[in-house]
Design a protein around this ligand. Structure first.
Ligand code: NAD
Length: 275
């Protein structure tokens, strides 16, 4: 039982910039000795080239559009050898679906969000399975919007709920070869994808105020938990969602409610206790 990942190989999908959660996870795996093969989306080529080229622990990087069957097939033909870990850090919803009220979401936008953000895990697992070694770990990234309504998250909440259910289903499908499939529900982090969520800065402020740890999580916090779930340390864990959110999901009502002033509310603190 060890954190030593020397000789282990990981597939990482979802690096778009140095702020990407996928980039932090890849770096964490590499810090423990793993080599990494990257799948990137063509539109981010110029951004990721600077990160990938001449990085000794990256043993290959290939374009992969997860919505295109032939693109995923080509990726897995080009990615040589077998792998011990796979990381899915992929999400997208059309701007129209994020900016308008959910009730006006078109079925086309709904389909796009679910295809990219949820079904892509099924597609990647299907193509990856023959190349994943027995006992491999798979991790995807989800958000609290899957469980509860978060303003501005809209159709992505449904997509993440689907992703979490697919995590459980795939854990059963792949468990026969001891391949484990888990999800990390990360607190809000400033990234390219997050910048598309309306009101994201307010969510960051609210979380930092209300979470038990009194701060937002970082890419590094998420990467460390991914390391646990992908390595042998997580050998008995599959089909689960781990909340890496500074404890926010454990709280029903923020403990410092007396410091929150609602519109029109008098400045006096709320009185607690039985009257
Ligand atoms: N940033 C947050 O606050 C937060 C919180 C919880 C969960 N997450 C999840 O973390 C994951 C990574 O997002 P991030 O915040 O690091 O942002 P990011 O913008 O760095 O990563 C999103 C990635 O999705 C990829 N992608 C989108 N459509 C694709 C397609 N058709 N084919 C291939 N790749 C595609 C993009 O290329 C990009 O690399 C996402 O699943 C996101 O929902 C993010």
């Amino acid at each position: 039982m060890t954190f030593d990942l020397k000789g282990k190989r990981a597939l990482v999908f979802g690096v778009a910039s140095e702020d990407s959660i996928a980039w932090a996870i890849a770096q964490e795996l590499a810090r423990h000795g793993a080599t990494v093969t990257m799948g990137y989306q063509k539109r981010f080529l110029s951004r990721v080239m600077g990160l990938f080229k001449d990085t000794p622990w990256i043993d290959g990087w290939h374009e992969c559009d997860v919505t295109q069957e032939d693109s995923v097939q080509r990726f897995f033909e080009e990615a040589e050898g077998t792998f011990d870990m796979m990381v899915h850090c992929i999400a997208f919803a059309p701007a129209t679906a994020l900016q308008d009220e959910l009730i006006r979401t078109t079925s086309e936008d709904f389909g796009t969000a679910l295809d990219v953000s949820a079904y892509s895990l099924v597609r990647l697992c299907r193509f990856a399975e023959p190349k994943l070694n027995d006992g491999a770990g798979v991790v995807c990234l989800t958000y609290l919007g899957a469980d509860r309504v978060v303003p501005g998250y809209r159709v992505m909440g449904t997509a993440k709920a689907a992703l979490q259910e697919l995590t459980r289903e795939l854990a059963v499908c792949m468990g026969g070869r001891a391949i484990r499939v888990n999800a990390i529900s990360a607190g809000p982090i400033r990234t390219l994808a997050a910048s598309g969520v309306p009101g994201f800065d307010n969510i960051l402020d609210w979380m930092a105020h209300s979470a038990p740890l009194k701060r937002n999580v970082t890419q590094q916090d998420v990467a460390r938990s991914a390391l646990f779930m992908l390595s042998d340390l997580g050998s008995g864990v599959t089909g689960q969602t781990l909340y890496v959110d500074a404890g926010y999901s454990a709280v029903g009502v923020p403990p410092e409610l007396d410091k929150v002033r609602l519109p029109g509310q008098a400045a006096k603190p709320i009185a607690f206790g039985v009257q």
